[in-house]
Design a protein around this ligand. Structure first.
Ligand code: GTP
Ligand code: MG
Length: 214
């Protein structure tokens, strides 16, 4: 699958202010500073699309991007299919410098969005591949599981550590997750700097878009 056009649409303070749910939606979430906005930019091939920052807490609202992609049409050989979908950049969790009240506001906004937005095809939960399993990520995933929101894992910043460490961290994370859920989700390993892993995520999105048509 190839992205033809990616443009910023709107930033919404709550689920009910989001654009009409008239197409499949793929949301990116994870700890503050884990690389959500950078990954969205890498996937779309546009470094300026989602705002990134070296200081955590940059993304505060539910940010919708409108994507137009093309893909080989399996039924019509030699033809291409055009698809339109939403990518969503969500504010991160676990940012130390926020008050108790804004943390609660974040939790409410995200829970409402994740549970009520019914065009969500998949939530990509980003995990920093440099670290051993963190409770904050495991707790967030336990909630997604409980709410029956479909999700996959994306281990980010894999360029910052050697491959052995990344593989070990991924293995330990999946082992920890296995203790709290019945199935293991799909996972991807990415680097927004080296642009690795993004094609696999794009083909997965393509597959899910196909599923939506049935
Ligand atoms: P918030 O919106 O604040 O929650 O952050 P975010 O998760 O959107 O992270 P963002 O994409 O803004 O990236 C945070 C920092 O990590 C920036 O300095 C990025 O340049 C850096 N970064 C993101 N992805 C990668 C990566 O794959 N490799 C490396 N080396 N740095 C990365
Ligand atoms: Mg961000």
């Amino acid at each position: 699958m190839q992205i033809k056009k990616a443009s910023y649409l709107i930033s919404s303070p709550s689920f009910d202010k989001c654009p009409p749910p008239d197409r499949a939606e793929y949301a990116f979430i994870g700890r503050s500073n884990v690389g959500k906005s950078s990954l969205i930019n890498a996937i779309c091939g546009n470094e300026k699309l989602a705002k990134t920052s070296a200081s955590p807490g940059k993304t505060q609202l539910i940010n919708h991007f409108e994507i137009t992609s093309i893909r080989a049409d399996e039924e019509n050989k030699g033809r291409e299919k055009t698809e339109k979908w939403f990518l969503v950049d969500l504010p991160g969790y676990g940012f130390a410098k926020v008050s108790q009240s804004s943390r609660r506001r974040w939790e409410q906004m995200i829970e409402n969005y994740l549970r009520k937005r019914d065009n969500i095809s998949q939530v990509f939960v980003l995990i920093d591949s440099r670290h051993s399993p963190q409770k904050i990520d495991l707790d967030f995933l336990a909630n997604l599981y409980k709410w029956q929101v479909p999700f996959s894992l994306v281990f980010t910043k894999s360029d910052k550590e050697n491959q052995r460490t990344v593989s070990k961290n991924v293995k330990y994370f999946l082992e920890a997750l296995k203790k709290q859920m019945q199935f293991l989700p799909r996972h991807f390993i990415t680097s927004a700097v080296k642009k690795t892993g993004k094609d696999k995520i794009l083909s997965f999105i393509g597959e899910m878009n196909e599923g939506e048509e049935d």
